[in-house]
Ligand binder design. Sequence first.
Ligand SMILES: C[S@@+](CC[C@H](N)C(=O)[O-])C[C@H]1O[C@@H](n2cnc3c(N)ncnc32)[C@H](O)[C@@H]1O
Length: 375
Amino acid sequence: MRINWNAYDRETKLKLEIFRGYIREWLPVFLAGRSSFKTVALYDFFAGPGRDVEGEKGSPLIIIDELKAYLSNPKTPKVQGVEIRLYFNDDKRAKYLELKEAIEEENISNFFNVEVDNKDFTAAFNEKFNLIAAANTANLVILDQSGIKHITQDVFKKLMGCKATDILFFISSSTVKRFAGEDCIDQYFPGITKEQIDGLDADHIHRFVCKEYYRKLVSASKEYYLAPFSIKKDSNVYGLIFGSGSLYGLEKFLNVCWKLDPKTGEANYNIDRDPFRKELSIFPEDNIMKKCDEFEKKLIAEIKKGGKTNNDIYKYCLENGFLPTHVNNIFKKLQKEGILKVFPETTRPGAFYINWNNYKTGTVKVEFAIRNGGV
Ligand SMILES: C[S@@+](CC[C@H](N)C(=O)[O-])C[C@H]1O[C@@H](n2cnc3c(N)ncnc32)[C@H](O)[C@@H]1O
């Protein structure tokens, strides 16, 4: 039975590509090698029917695809004794039934359990929350809502408080812009004012919702990382927000984003209105994206504060939406120009040690300094 619905548009396919990309990065973190988690679980609370009208796979079947590919690949290491659980939910009975049927056709092995549910999100979330919050569980929670209203402060804070739980949620940010100042927005986004929104470039609304709303729900003492990916369709901007308590999780999400948007790593459009985003200018300086240019300046200012190690810079670059490879390229250039100094001075040129393994183990390999007069 396929009563479905619409064909996924280009923007939906991009969103699904981000889901797929992140699931692919996430699975090995918990399924390869040693794991301290007894259960690895993926939740898709707004799962849809499984496919679009053309048979293209939606988020639940993408999860199954990626899991099957990982588990059946003889080259990937597999942790032993971990239970893998999948949970899919949709409140529309017809979609739920279609999804159930699609999953039965998938011939899922004994390796993992799938539960398909047909509840309103709030009921499903409340029912599953204790499992998500269990100490010995690693979770990826996908919340592909249609509008804006389900990822409330309460839901966000609860998920943020769970150990080893990454979240990836959709939000129709243009709706926040369109209705700012009205009761409906006030109800779901208390504190966002019409004045704030009116002063904003419409292209930046999703960035704003991530950084000025959800970010501010995180207490200063908590290690929690967020990153937006903005998606524009016609004149509407919506997008995904990623959240994780782990910098490694953030790095993996940003890997996916930079592959899809090599210019800014955060949008399917020219989010910063860079003049030469599509064709290259004959003047090389015009081809530097505003975001990258600003980052280089901020990075230099950060190092000028003094005492910054390879691990400080690993954290700094990811928190600013950039990858260690970006920093390595900037550092190589600055080192050649004699602007960047690396201590100990015996360090091989081009070696900066900005990576997760050093960060995780707290291995301080080098310290950076900017020669007086650096830009
Ligand atoms: C944007 S679609 C998700 C699409 C899906 N991720 C996919 O890849 O096809 C949102 C889904 O959430 C469901 N939905 C809407 N409101 C809901 C609610 N309150 N609780 C649970 N599901 C809901 C809709 O039926 C719809 O299938």
